[in-house]
Ligand binder design. Sequence first.
Ligand SMILES: [Zn+2]
Length: 484
Amino acid sequence: MTDSVVNSRTINRSGLIPNSYHAKFATRRNGYARERPINPKKSCVDQGTTALARADSAKQTMQTAARISGMDAMGPSLGMAFRLRRLEVQSELAHLISNQPGIGRADVARITGMARSTVSDHIQPLLDTGLFNEQKARYAGRGRPSLGLTLNARAGIILVADIGITHVRLVVTDLARQKLAEDALPPDYSVPPETMLERIASRFQELFQTQQLVDIPLRAMVVGIPSPVDFERGVPVRPPIMPGWDGFPVGEWLEKRMHVTVLVDNDVNLMALGEARSRPPSESPLIFIKVASGIGCGIITQGGALHRGADGDAGDIGHIRVAQASGLTCVCGNTGCIEAVASVPSIMRQIRVAKGDETIELPELGVLVSSGDITAIRLVREASAQIGEVVATLVNMFNPACIVLGGKLAHMSDDLLSGVRAAVYRRAPPLATRRLSIESARAGRDAGIIGGIALGVDSALSAHGLQKLQEATPGTAGGVGMAD
Ligand SMILES: [Zn+2]
């Protein structure tokens, strides 16, 4: 027997992912094939794994345990850390099953490389909590009919509140991302944030009543806001257009009001996630750029996750300094920001001055551009070229597979697309542009909602989400409450 055979057998029996599955395995999200990378460190620590794998992953697991429990990194016991590792494996399986409805245990074992007994050990808690069902699949000839695992869509609902400058959209979905109810509110930033959030919470509760959803447990609530957000704390930080919200604990306030895990994120981040989940995985890494009242971007990694940076402020490109804005004051208080020359309000200011008409609004600008008005087209093209220069710098840094342009300016004119393309292909290195695609947004006004739903479902099926579910389900096998 060769070493490689010994290794392969050892790995499979111990529950490790075999090498052929290390890189990626295909799953489906939102109807599109996605490849979710399996981190062998995350998936292998299980009963009977090697000492090396245990040592390698122990630190990471302890940190996860500390984050979930709120304790110091040295605080949780090793037993707790390993129970949380079980939850992480169950979370990987939950995502796999939710993306491949009807999959049997044998296929789960084949795809993950785990032993059948290990798969069963991890799947039982998912069945005990009612999150998944196992039913007879279509009878396919001889032998016993096989059993298929499916997500119980009604095991929970996800709430998304997309708070914008001109709109507040509310959506309720099940865990299979099917929309159950939808509503809208006019935003009002003249009132304190508590008042606005109470209106949103009350409207959701009205929807539960009218749509007969009161008996379905809430699993997660996602809130998108047009502001830099400290994602870990769920707090907006110095929002330029809603100053009364600065530092207000939006996530904490809503968690107390709604009794559910609340995730608060920047609106452009959610749009980026929605756009990425509406496209094949080969189009990530992806950068989504929104040009509207401000200029912002959301960054999606190769694995399909949001990159928020150390403090949640990654992608706040509107305040990058450009030469053309020199001396111009920006809403942030600095001078020279790209937003001061190329955002929609800045273009509106310039067209009003050029035309000597203070009454021109965005629809009129759209008409001027589409009817071939030279001044309007020039202003839009100049703004687009300046944005293109900034995007070219992002390409140098991030080497994305796809750049997506959204927001009012992208919807109004193709000049943004051509301006960005021209600047990027002129400025970025050939290797970074060889396979780069630069396109307009596909998900449209639903992008933020699609991203919010994705974030909510990911949260419900995360190790933390499963932990909460198992704690709420007495007698669940394999949960954190289980004795050593
Ligand atoms: Zn600025």
